[in-house]
Design a protein around this ligand. Structure first.
Ligand SMILES: [Mg+2]
Length: 329
């Protein structure tokens, strides 16, 4: 492993983006399977078929929407309407799907995108109810976190929040994306894992104050001192946004290297693809592109196109050239 200072910002950005796609694709074949079942035959690399009957390297809605977001950021400065339009194209036309069709879509996302298609402003389309707090915005927000990590905090919070609101408008979902953004920002700056989580907690506290925006109960465990000491049986891996955020942060803290961190996340079971995707984003930013196994990236669907897009976004976000060596043909 390269020392922290030897990893460039572009390598961290690319590591995060590829890491998210790999985590998603590793989880797809075992999605919905319980922990005991997954751990009886743990995922150790890219495998085909299983839950959705897809070939190895097939990523899901998480990566489709993440790729739509990355593309929007390259095409536009930041436009929630453009994000909404691309998401609707995905839902209706299979845009940025691995093999041309949508095989997996969350209910909150589906409802919100129907509202966008029906003319609701994208920033108001996401559900605002207590039960609209699935992980469907957290799973796709990484490109926005990366794009605005170097901006003023106000801009980062606003952009990440608005990106969430297209499908997930409840304060808890928005705040989960903001916590993730603060953590990504610290990791991108080269912080150690514990240090980065502490920085995210501090920034989150400044942003939402003592009252934690009325969400203290939901975020209490993540913000509390005992979090790093939790054992696996205390970590949930459902599709609830808080479970996914906690699981991803816990895997980052407990993992040993990129691959082990992402496999640890996937092998928690249940919402394996999204837990893998969210953890893979964090681990990729921390360990850098060089730590993401080449044999995983190579089997990903549409790896060549994703690589071109990621290199453009990384160059834009980092101000460093992300040259041809990063693009898989
Ligand atoms: Mg998925």
């Amino acid at each position: 492993m390269k020392s922290a200072n030897a990893i460039t910002k572009a390598e961290r950005i690319l590591g995060g983006l590829w890491g998210a796609l790999c985590g998603d694709a590793l989880g797809v074949p075992v999605e919905f399977r319980g922990r005991t079942s997954v751990q009886a035959d743990p995922v150790t690399g890219m495998r085909g078929y299983g839950t959705h009957g897809q070939p190895a390297g097939t990523w899901s809605d998480d990566s489709s929407l993440l790729l739509c977001t990355a593309e929007s950021l390259v095409a536009e400065e930041f436009s929630v309407e453009d994000l909404g339009e691309r998401f609707v194209r995905w839902q209706r036309e299979g845009y940025w799907t691995p093999h041309g069709t949508v095989f997996d879509i969350g209910m909150a996302t589906s409802r919100a995108l129907r509202r966008v298609a029906g003319g609701t402003p994208a920033v108001e389309a996401g559900g605002m109810g207590e039960y609209d707090n699935g992980n469907g915005s957290l799973m796709r927000v990484l490109p926005v976190c990366l794009r605005f990590a170097g901006a003023r905090t106000e801009r980062l919070v606003q952009s990440v929040g608005d990106a969430s609101r297209v499908t997930h408008g409840h304060r808890r979902s928005v705040m989960a994306c903001v916590f993730y953004a603060f953590l990504v920002r610290a990791l991108l700056d080269g912080a150690g894992r514990e240090e980065a989580v502490d920085a995210a907690r501090r920034d989150f506290g400044i942003e939402y104050g003592e009252s934690c925006g009325g969400q203290g109960e939901a975020f209490g465990r993540l913000l509390g001192g005992g979090f790093a000491g939790l054992v696996e049986s205390e970590i949930r891996s459902s599709g609830y946004v808080i479970d996914t955020l906690e699981a991803a942060v816990w895997c980052l803290l407990k993992g040993e290297g990129f691959a082990e961190t992402v496999l640890r996340a996937v092998n928690l079971g249940e919402d394996t693809d999204t837990t893998g995707c969210v953890a893979g984003g964090l681990a990729g930013v921390f360990y850098g592109l060089g730590a993401v196994p080449g044999e995983w990236r190579e089997v990903l669907a549409r790896a060549g196109e994703a690589g071109v897009l990621f290199a453009r976004l990384a160059a834009e976000c980092s101000g460093e050239p992300a040259g041809a060596e990063f693009i898989l043909e």
